[in-house]
Design a protein around this ligand. Structure first.
Ligand code: ADP
Ligand code: GN1
Ligand code: MG
Length: 358
């Protein structure tokens, strides 16, 4: 174990000779370690917070603390993975200029990278929907944005335009087709703006990162256990969570797949997402929100394409890349997914209508 993790665990009262740690998970943002303690069966998850992304990590800690308290008071049996306090009672440990958090490792759990059964999509949609539903009575304005404007499509579009202006000519030229696609789809931003201030399109508590690796499943029964990765738990529109599920569950291959022939929409997964999400959220979504169910997929896929493209044009400073063109390949992947989504729009809307009428 390296000396920093030793120092961090000392903040939680553990001495170096009783712990072993190993790197864990595949997230883009934070570093995660699985910690075992000699003589104990319960294990722990230790994570350093990426401060280039989260400028004020204590905002995350405070948001999670407020939500954990609300859930404990109102729904005591709900499993919510909150931070274990340090021996000084702090939500996060601050060691060598970095914030760390410790949580319980959920035993017998597994997180998947891709889905191979629509039931996984259903379970995940139920779990993410349940979180927002249980927090329907929570005052959303108490939560501070851990990343300001995180899912604001206007901001993401402006950031893309800025990246375009500042990009090296070579990157601009390599991405010329995708830049044109990004500009051509700006009607998605306009469509969002025509609804964004409607009182029937309220802010709700959103997870904001509903990809399948942020859900824990029971290894034996494959039932959803709980959601994890609460860094972006904050106020937002319901299209964020529902849309990111569509973005990441519908295609059998992830955003990292460079072969666009493999990118297509699995209708049965779409139906599973809608059924699972409506099972929880169906009773509280407003009529306008229900009208925007299909739009949520377009919104999120387009936003992620803009984010990958902007990062490519910026020289890949945000998303880690395994090779120089990876963010361009991810952009190409997301635009292919978006075009598949538009191609299937009618049949997808009919699935939504049918689910809403049941
Ligand atoms: P990142 O922000 O880097 O995506 P996550 O919080 O999603 O970090 O954690 C990365 C991975 O670690 C998850 O996909 C999951 O496999 C595992 N993990 C995280 N927290 C837990 C936990 N409490 N119990 C079990 N596994 C966990
Ligand atoms: C990042 O942390 P991770 O890998 O779950 C990103 C998401 C993107 C996702 C794309 C804070 O999520 O918004 O959708 O990558 N998180 C942040 O894979 O930017
Ligand atoms: Mg994650």
């Amino acid at each position: 174990m390296n000396s920093v993790t030793k120092k961090v665990l000392a903040e939680y009262g553990y001495s170096a000779d009783e712990i072993t740690s190993k790197k864990f998970g595949t997230g883009h943002i934070n570093s995660t370690y699985l910690i075992s303690i000699a003589g104990e069966t319960d294990r722990l998850i230790l994570q350093s917070i990426n401060q280039n992304v989260f400028r004020e990590p204590l905002i995350i800690a405070e948001n999670v603390r407020l939500v954990a308290k609300y859930l404990k008071d109102h729904y005591p049996s709900y499993l919510f993975v909150s931070c274990i306090p340090t021996i000084r009672g702090e939500e996060m440990a601050f060691v060598d200029e970095t914030y760390w958090r410790l949580t319980k490792y959920i035993p017998n759990s597994i997180a998947y990278e891709t889905l191979n059964d629509p039931r996984q999509a259903f379970e995940a949609a139920v779990q993410f929907g349940r979180l927002s539903k249980l927090l329907d009575g929570f005052e959303t304005s108490l939560l501070k944005p851990s990343i300001p404007g995180f899912h604001d499509l206007n901001l993401r579009y402006d950031q893309f335009k800025e990246a375009l202006q500042n990009a090296h000519a070579e990157l601009r030229s390599k991405a010329s087709v995708q830049i044109e696609q990004a500009l051509r789809h700006s009607f998605i931003v306009d469509y969002f703006n025509s609804y964004k201030d409607s009182p029937e399109f309220p802010d709700r508590v959103m997870h904001h990162d509903t990809k399948i690796s942020n859900m824990l499943f029971d290894k034996d029964t494959n039932e959803g256990i709980c959601v994890i990765d609460l860094d972006t738990l904050m106020a937002g529109k319901f299209i964020s969570d529902l849309g990111d599920m569509m973005r990441t569950y519908l295609c059998p291959f992830s955003e990292n797949e460079p072969d666009t022939d493999k990118i297509f929409i699995r209708q049965e997964y779409f139906e599973a997402i809608i059924k699972g999400y409506l099972k929880e959220m169906g009773s509280i979504l407003t009529p306008i929100e229900k009208d925007l169910i299909l739009f949520s997929g377009k919104y999120l896929i387009y936003m992620q394409a803009l984010r990958f493209l902007a990062d490519y044009l910026n020289g890949s400073v945000y998303y880690p890349v395994a090779y120089p063109e990876q963010n361009l390949d991810r952009t190409i992947n997301q635009f292919k997914l978006l075009s598949e989504f538009f191609n299937k729009e009618k049949v997808l809307q009919s699935i939504v209508d049918e689910c809403l009428s049941n």
